[in-house]
Every structure is written in C-alpha cells, then in structure tokens.
Design a protein around this ligand. Sequence first.
Ligand code: GLU
Length: 430
Amino acid sequence: MAISKKPKVSTPVHKHKPLSMYEAVLARFNQAADIYKLPEDVAATLRVPQKQVKVSLPVMMDNGKVKVFEGYRIIHSTYLGPSKGGIRFALDVNDDEVKALAAWMTYKCAVAGLPLGGAKGGITCDPRKMSPGELERLTREYTLAMCEVFGPDRDIPAPDMGTGKREMAWIVDEYSKIHRHYQPGVVTGKPITLGGSRGREAATGRGVMIHTLEAMKKMGIDRKKSTAAVQGFGNVGSYAATLLRSKNINVVAISDYTGAYYNERGIDLDKALQHQKKHGNTLEDFPGGELITNEELLTLDVDVLVPAALQNQISADIAKNVKAKLIVEGANGPTEVEADEILHNKGVIVVPDILANSGGVTVSYFEWVQNKQGYYWKEEEVNNKHDVYMQQAFEQVWYNSKQHKTNLRLGAYITAFKRLEKAIRYRGIY
Ligand code: GLU
C-alpha cells in the first residue's frame, strides 16, 4: 500500500517572501537611482552603511539579576556632515531595522538641506516593562559603550520610538562625565534646561502639518472642508493631530496600540490628551469616539491619512482600499514597497517619510546650532525657520518628481541624490 504524504496544512502560503526593511530601502533606492541615472560608483557607496557597531550591555535589573541587552549604532553616511539620527528602544530592534532607519536618515537630512549625515541606534528591549532605574542604567551603559562613536562633530543621537528627553538627558550627562566637560551638542531632543531647543518636541508633528498644507495647496483641497485620520498618538501623531486641527482640518480618527477611535464630528483632541495622561499613556477605553479597527482607520473615507505609528502598516491589500486622497507619512517606513504603485495608480499622493517627518531632525539641527552658539532662540524663531526649511524641501521634491515624471517618494530620493552625489564627488573616493 502506498504511503500517502500528509499535506502540510500549517505552512503559511506567501506568494513571495516579504522584504526586510533594508531590502525595502534598497528597492526604492534602486528605482530612484535608475530614474535619476545615479552613477554606479556613487550608488555602490550609498547602498551600504559606513560603519556598524553592535554592543552587549549587561544591566543590573531591579530583581538583582543581570540581564544582557543588545545595542546598535549604525552610521549610514557622513558625506554631508556628522551623522544624525535617533535611538530606538523596542522589542523588534535588530540590525536590519537599524540599518534601514540609518539609511533613511541620510536621505532625510539631504532632502531637508541639512549639513548632516545619517545614523540610527537602538536597543532590543521593552521599555514599557522596565522601571526608570533599569532604563537609566541601560541608557548610561549604552552611552559608555558608544562613547567613541558619539560626538558633537561625529555622530549626534536624538529620540526615536521608546525614547525621549529623559533618555537624552542621561546620555548628555554620561557623555559629559566621560569627557570631563559639558557637551550639550552630543545629543538633541534634550530637555530645554539642559540646552534643548524650544519647538523640538512638536517639530515632527509640525512638519507633518506643513507638508499636509503644502500638498493640499497643490492638489486644490480646501483644508477648511477637509478631514483627517491619524494613526498613532505618540510624539508624532499627537502633535500632528493637534496642529492639523489648529489649521481647521477636522481630525475624525486617532489611534494607539490599544485601539482606534472614530468620531464623525471630529475627535476632541484635548480630551484625548487628558485621557492618555490619566490612563498610563494610552487611549484605552477613550469615550470620545466609536472603537474601530486599525484597518478601518487606514481605509476611512477622509481627505488625509497620517500614518504616524509603526513601519509596514499600509500593505498592498490595505492600499487597494485606501480612500484618502493624500497620505502624509509621519512614521518611518509605514508603506510597503508593493503598496507604492497601487497608491500611485489610484492617484493617491503620498508625501514620503523622508520628507514628511523631516521636521524633527530639522529642529534637531537647530538645537545643535544653538548648542554650538551657546545662544538660544525663541520658539517663534525656531518655528518660522522650520517652516521655511520644510516648504523649500517640499517644493524641491515636488519639482524633482515632476521633472522625472515619478511619485514624490522617488522625487525625494532624487532630491537627496543631487546633494549627496555632489558631496561625494567633491570629497572624492580614493
Ligand atoms: N528619530 C527622529 C527621526 O527619525 C529624529 C532624528 C533626529 O532628530 O536626529 O527623524
């Protein structure tokens, strides 16, 4: 009797293996390099990071046991200046993800016209499950391990997911102790009393707002009659939502990892912020809107969709059902590669991450300049300068995408290539 082979019922069927985050960066890079005809020597130089550092960080936990964490800092490029980019504390941090985020920082700084290169750091950990003491010891241990990588004229970290001004204060303190003098310019996103910049905390959200307005002008959308859905209510999403609201754009949906909330008449954002404060920094059980799914939020019939949470949120399947006319990417990498073409063919305008969320690093640059000057600007001055940088960046990306008959994402890469190619040529490859 023939032995029948049992079918493997549990094997998931993937048409093709999903791209890793760095593969997704390269896919877009290669598309843009083809269109722009980026010379191969420059392309080869930019396809790989300049330096990758991985460290093991033993930390004494509150229970008296030692836990060893993995930490990364990846310098993608320093052609335009010292490298710049945040530090992420999250469970999914790995070298592929940090590498992708570092490369995006190179393009982001170049698009915004900043004299900075790109880098990213991260520690694989769950900051929500750690005490402030554990987080402080981990952050200081990481700073010590990276004391030869960081530097005000070498590599300048900043906040990213899971980190904020508190962690930046620990970094500046530890780094200054090691170097025996105060070095505020080693990190940005610091508390204002330690040399932080006014306007930095709101800057990424502010940039999202400016890019939304610029795109609406080009598209002929009347903002006073428009609606928006914002995915994510952290540093980027909460400021973006509030600032869009201040420009009379009706924010009808918000979300965080606990759920999404929809209110046809508009979400009361002050109430949402108060609720978040009272409920352990979450929107859980927020009474100001109907509970909907994440997918429903992403496919709502609104004018503007702002994904400001995690990467890989808009897949090809979601893209097919997106009803927004405009997507402004507050997060890094929220749209998957296959979704780009679907959205483009549907006529959806996507302001890409490396342009849309570059407001944060732009004000980081201003913070660094103020640290160098030892002279601090008023919030209005910071905001005005920020808005000018963002409007110029938007215009250039729009122009380059029209010139090369492509979407704004590839237009943004092309804008960055123009600056990077010049810098690489002037500095020379030997
Ligand atoms: N982490 C932020 C980003 O992804 C800010 C980086 C910075 O300010 O250096 O753009």
